[in-house]
Design a protein around this ligand. Sequence first.
Ligand code: CMP
Length: 351
Amino acid sequence: MSILPFSKISALLAAVGLVAVAALTMPDIEGRTRLALEILLAGIWAVYVLQLIETLIVERAGNVRDRMPAIAVDMLAVLVPLAAYLSTGTPDRSLYCGIWLLKPLRGSTFFRLFGRVLVNEARNLIGVTSIFGIVLFGAALAAHVIERDVQPDKFGSIPQAMWWAVATLSTTGYGDAIPQSFAGRVLAGLVMMSGIGIFALWAGILATGFYEEVRRRDFVRNWQLVAAVPLFQRLGAASLVEIVRALRPRVVPAGTVICRKGETGDQMYFIVEGRVSVATADPVELGPGSFFGEMALISGEPRSASVSAVTELSLLTLYAVDFQMLASGSPEIADIIRKTALERRSSNLKA
Ligand code: CMP
């Protein structure tokens, strides 16, 4: 746990610092403005020194392997600009603050997720990249053969033609090298079409990879939450997998009203952590492992009471359609839920 809000401000400071670095490359920025920007960079650097101290000393309790990326980024953010300022004869020293581009990577869960997607999809990505390389070389070779006599300055060698092939295959088309012959133009059309296909494949692989990874992560998290609800421990492996997929986790702050008396309700809740208060005539508190909201879900009647969070809650939500699935997969659990609903209803009628 950070004692100062470094993690929140470090990426913001990097953005401010990089704007200052960009401004310092403009020749019209001179005199006091230039000095102010350099002081700003020095200030950001000083904050990064404090962040590095915190990472190395204060947060040393954590797992070193997990903290390694943060340590590496924090060290580079301090040492690279320092080395540039200490070494004489280094031109444009402020440019070395460009290393702060790495700061947003520090501690970001997105980049960790992205890394896992790249690792998981490595085979497919390498496959498509190989196709890209084959088409690229083939296009450069064909363009060289077709156009070398007409435009020797642009297509005289395969490396020269390669620049045209990259610009065409990526459908960028700078327009500095254009095939003149009919055959060259047909080739260009084919290369452009292949480019669109290859980029679509890359995008598709990455999109599927992200989807799979997020689903896997959600599944593992839900699995841990479901394991904390004793009722589900009666489920067989197949039903457990189905229920883990059907339940949606939710964190609710203390004091939140989760359902109000008289409202229609199409979902019920399982408490993983925390306590709720049920505002019946004789108010009841429910804790971890209990469930609520089942009465409206089963009977289709309005909510029988308002339920609010006494403490912060970790809940698992089950929708009516998924309850049907649970009922068919494991009737035993559905019976317990139905029986509890009946008992609660009769105890409310007595009160
Ligand atoms: P529902 O009627 O959908 O919404 C309010 C919920 O409060 C209700 O489902 C039950 O889950 C819960 N509830 C109602 N009465 C009682 C009770 N007497 N004891 C425990 N929980 C109750």
